[in-house]
Write a protein that binds this ligand. Structure first.
Ligand code: ATP
Ligand code: MG
Length: 387
């Protein structure tokens, strides 16, 4: 079996492979790039695996005048930069100890060891420079069946690194067969090891969840996460029931998957802390939550969030209420997004000063929003006369 892909021929990996092969070492592409090319889906990053030790990779690269960055030397990863193109090279490893937060590994000379310390059989596929597949653990069969199967014993693999629970659901959402369901033994292993999730860093959890939520249809995976109790451990109070209706609405209006929109539909307590969102992401999510929780009309969603985030919030609201999408949604969102509050401080500065001026503007804006932006400057100023 061979793959054909442009990245196989890109100058960085080719130069690094030749450098290591000429010095008598093995080097292969591995993981997501091989898996995704076999599935004909876009490749996110290129990982390479070798039997050369990190120090050897660095010495050889420097001899060739290439820049090397010791990205994660203790885990065996160095980045070699070829013509500005970074190539990540990781030395073959094997798991030697269980710690649960990250597998503790040692370097190895054997590709079989390296394959066995990976998570799922479809992630333990290798390719040489010609694209010929090396499949030490039968990953190809699972890949073709779109079956996410733990390498060897699911419980043992999960106890080495509890993140693998989340990765199991993530890879099912992205590459699993939605009709076949998830592997029963793996599901049971996830359900029996829930306590391990709290030992993981929120960054690692957030990273997996973003990818899972950005899948074409994450609903079956999220439902399984809820059934096994994983979802509650990741985001307390999250409710999976709106995800399938949301995906249905997204397909109707033909919008791309978006992790933030799906996260909004899940809801729950302390979402921001649970997934360690950035300040900017947290701010947007909070604003969207306000619109959804208060079931605000589309024109207000457009005003508060802008057209795109307003559209996302409205889709989630419709999914929660299990209604269709209002016919004039786009029009109302645009009206809101373009609307300008008709009063400025100059309009009221003759009557109010300092804090009182601020309060007056706040009160008028609240009234304007309450009236669905449907009050003119004169109508708003007249409200001051009534007070
Ligand atoms: P993506 O397309 O999202 O990059 P990927 O399969 O390349 O998918 P990465 O997280 O980049 O995923 O990891 C690269 C490879 O390293 C995986 O394919 C897998 O073989 C291995 N791997 C990564 N994380 C783990 C883990 N926690 N446990 C075991 N193996 C892992
Ligand atoms: Mg990857």
């Amino acid at each position: 079996m061979r793959i054909k892909a442009a990245w196989l021929k890109s100058s960085g990996p080719v130069a690094v492979s030749k450098m290591l092969q000429q010095a008598g070492y093995e080097i292969y592409f591995v993981g997501g790039c091989v898996r995704n090319s076999l599935l004909n889906v876009p490749v996110n990053d290129i990982d390479m695996s070798t039997d050369a030790l990190p120090d050897t990779v660095m010495t050889l690269a420097k001899e060739q005048g290439l820049r090397v960055i010791p990205t994660g030397v203790e885990h065996g990863t160095v980045t070699v930069v070829v013509e500005g193109d970074p190539v990540e090279v990781t030395t073959y490893r094997k798991d030697i100890e269980t710690d649960g937060r990250r597998a503790v590994v040692a370097f190895s000379k054997s590709i079989l060891d390296d394959a066995k310390r990976r998570d799922f059989t479809m992630n333990a596929l290798y390719a040489d420079l010609d694209g010929t597949i090396i499949d030490p653990l039968g990953g190809l069969d699972d890949l073709h069946a779109r079956r996410i199967r733990f390498i060897e014993n699911p419980t043992a693999r999960i106890r080495e690194d509890y993140l693998r629970i989340l990765r199991f659901f993530r890879f099912h959402a992205l590459y699993g067969d939605p009709d076949a369901g998830l592997d029963a033994e793996a599901l049971a292993a996830c359900a029996q090891n829930l306590d391990g999730i709290k030992t993981l860093s929120k960054e690692r959890i957030g990273h997996e969840m973003r990818k899972l939520l950005a899948a074409e249809n994450p609903a079956p995976s999220i439902a399984a996460m809820a059934q096994t109790g994983v979802l509650m451990r990741v985001i307390a109070g999250a409710n999976p029931t709106s995800i399938a209706p949301l995906v249905h609405l997204e397909n109707m209006v033909n919008v791309s998957p978006n992790w933030m929109r799906r996260l909004l539909a899940l809801g729950g307590e302390d979402i921001k802390g649970s997934l360690r969102l950035s300040k900017q992401e947290a701010k947007l999510l909070t604003a969207m939550q306000t619109v959804v929780i208060n079931a605000l009309p589309p024109i207000i969603a457009g005003y508060k969030l802008g057209r795109d985030a307003g559209f996302d919030a409205m889709l989630v609201l419709c999914a929660h209420m299990e209604t269709g999408i209002p016919e004039n949604l786009e029009q109302e969102l645009n009206l809101g997004a373009e609307a300008k509050f008709p009063i400025s401080s100059n309009d009221v500065s003759d009557r109010f000063k300092g804090a009182a001026l601020g309060n007056c503007l706040k009160k008028l804006k609240a009234a304007w929003i309450d009236a669905n932006l449907n009050l003119t400057k004169n109508q708003l100023l007249a409200m001051l006369d009534d007070d």
